[in-house]
Design a binder for this molecule. Structure first.
Ligand code: CP
Ligand code: NVA
Length: 301
């Protein structure tokens, strides 16, 4: 069974194969209307369940359209409308779904939910974000970086802001794809200790971004963070906003990324988001291309 649960649990060779497949599939359908079927229909006759226990725009639509382009069928399910949200166990849900569908993608809160789904499902499971990681996002980000700036190996990536779930997948990717990752953010929002050794820390953002090939940030308040923490987080993170002044200290051709959704003029200014170094819309588009390759990897098609 080939799941896609995290970047660090997928081999560097497999990750590279997924990125290369995504790039060639994207090229093959360049310029075609979005609903045009892919010529080879690699997911023909396949049924895919997309389960969301948290909101989503990109993950939901990019998986849905991507599966359909490849000839498969999807059902988009809200966790709270399933018995899952009313006490049925993850294990039982996994066993039942495996009798109906060929693959399960789940966005959830605790990582344990994802792991249990994978343990008890007899079909592949894909991680569509948990409180701890967001591997599909980072596959899209690597694809996007390499489209614009060439191989990511040996490059310098700087994360400014909260040491959150998206950062964690970047940290896993730094090891698997062999690039340097610097975290700049407050000590109180340092990434979890399990990631130690995968990145370095520089508290001063102006110093951190020197020589950066890519500057990345994300929302200051994630879906799993209590709204009551909003003001405190903003106060802690204000100094780590990605603005034109900070971008000017990175390499002149440094890219800017944000997984979206953004809170404009909080974690990044509109000037940067809409500026010449920003690749945020390519990043969003590439969710679909990267995930199409992840789906084929999992299903062996
Ligand atoms: N970046 C991302 O995962 O976006 P959604 O929450 O809209 O899926
Ligand atoms: N860190 C954000 C990412 C959203 C795609 C969150 O978990 O809410």
């Amino acid at each position: 069974m080939t799941h896609f649960l995290d970047i660090h649990t997928t081999s560097p060779a497999d990750l590279r194969g997924i990125i290369d497949m995504a790039a060639s599939m994207k090229t093959a359908r360049a310029g075609l209307p979005k609903g045009t079927p892919d010529a080879d229909q690699p997911l023909a006759n396949h049924m895919v369940a997309l389960i969301f226990e948290k909101p989503s725009t990109r993950t939901r639509i990019s998986f849905d359209v991507g599966v359909r382009q490849m000839g498969g069928e999807t059902m988009v399910l809200s966790g709270k409308d399933m018995q899952l949200g009313h006490g049925e166990t993850i294990a039982d849900t996994a066993r039942v779904l495996s009798r109906y569908v060929d693959l399960i993608m789940i966005r959830t809160f605790e990582e344990q939910t994802l792991l249990e789904m994978a343990e008890y499902a007899s079909v592949p499971v894909i991680n569509g974000l948990t409180d701890r990681t967001h591997p599909c996002q980072i596959m899209a980000d690597i694809l996007t970086f390499e489209e614009h700036s060439g191989p990511i190996k040996g490059k310098k990536v700087v994360w400014s802001g909260d040491g959150n779930n998206v950062f964690a997948s970047f940290a896993h990717a730094a090891k698997q794809f062999d690039f340097d990752l610097v975290f700049t953010g407050p000590e109180t929002l340092q990434p979890e200790a399990a990631l130690d050794g995968l990145y370095t820390t520089e508290r001063n953002p102006d110093i951190a971004v020197q020589g950066a090939d890519l500057v990345v940030t994300d929302t200051w308040v994630s879906m799993h963070d209590p709204q009551s923490a909003r003001e405190r987080r903003h106060n802690q993170l204000r100094g780590y906003q990605v603005n034109a002044g900070l971008m000017a200290k990175a390499k002149p051709d440094a890219l800017f990324m944000h997984c979206l959704p953004a809170h404009r003029d909080d974690e990044a200014t509109s000037e940067v988001m809409d500026g010449p170094r920003s690749v945020i819309w390519d990043e969003a588009e590439n969710r679909m291309h990267a995930q199409k390759a992840v789906l084929r990897y999992c299903l062996g098609t």
